[in-house]
Design a protein around this ligand. Sequence first.
Ligand SMILES: Nc1ncnc2c1ncn2[C@@H]1O[C@H](COP(=O)(O)OP(=O)(O)OP(=O)(O)O)[C@@H](O)[C@H]1O
Ligand SMILES: [Mg+2]
Length: 326
Amino acid sequence: MSIELKNVTYTYSPGTAYEIHALKDINLSIPDGQFIGIIGHTGSGKSTLIQHFNALIRPTSGTITYNGEDIWGEKYDRRVLRSEVGLVFQYPEHQLFENDVLSDVCFGPMNQGLSREEAEVEAKKALQHVGFKEKNYSKSPFELSGGQKKRVAIAGVLAMNPKILILDEPTAGLDPKGRDDILDQIAELHKVRGITIILVSHSMEDIAKYAERLIVVNDGEIAYDDAPKAVFAHYRELEAMGLAAPQITYIMHALKEKGLDVDVTATTVDEAKENILAVLRKCNSGKLVQSDRTLSDNGQKKTERETLVSEMETDLTEDKKGGQEI
Ligand SMILES: Nc1ncnc2c1ncn2[C@@H]1O[C@H](COP(=O)(O)OP(=O)(O)OP(=O)(O)O)[C@@H](O)[C@H]1O
Ligand SMILES: [Mg+2]
């Protein structure tokens, strides 16, 4: 049992006219080794919540333990916690401050006690990991593009070899290829090194693809905490919270309504592709689902439908360039 929150509340500007109850009675347990997604409407409290995980902010009330110890206890050394629980900020500008990229990424490991030479080894590994080009190591972090800044900010935390990596919207501002690269590399770290990942994201597609557990924050409270599929099944309720399910969920529901007996719990492109192909194969071999049979009473319609089905199957099977299978 790694991080545990009990009855945590957080209030900004308490006792003033500007008081905001950002977190209300949060109970949460984050065991080692999970890949957790956090979603919630803007201003729901996601960033406030995750800043509690590495003691960046102190709860107004409630307790937080790390490996069973109260992180706000008098004798607790929060430096250890902060080097084991790495947080990549939503806005990289809040994290970058050295004169050049390499020094910036060296800062964390040097703070952990490594020499500059040792820190550089870690920093270069981390920069390579996030796909940051060596020719830009000497640039000022402030002359980088938004996407490059994000990479440097992630590398700065990775270089400290954290046990828990928290990323607050790491892919905002990245192009689609950059986004996939970064998330694939993070997923690899999770798989190979067993690092716990906590990913705050507005992309339901990213959550569906990578997370094994999904926490939904709504107005400072936890609305859902379950497997992503189970959460996305509540897509109507998510919509009422200003959220949505992955696009695939809507496509699968629309196909089902049209009479195709697809799996509406599919949330990723790969899952949907496999399932739609299986259903189409079933249709083609004459085993049409009930609503197909009704539609195919008319001979002409049946022929058109079968032609359409085999055309769709060909389209879906063909591997298109750029990995966009559907
Ligand atoms: N430094 C601050 N001072 C006062 N209020 C704040 C501060 N930071 C956040 N808040 C308020 O606390 C609430 C939760 O904000 P938070 O930044 O945690 O939301 P979020 O879910 O991360 O939003 P977003 O998706 O826009 O990043 C909001 O009402 C916000 O206005
Ligand atoms: Mg935020």
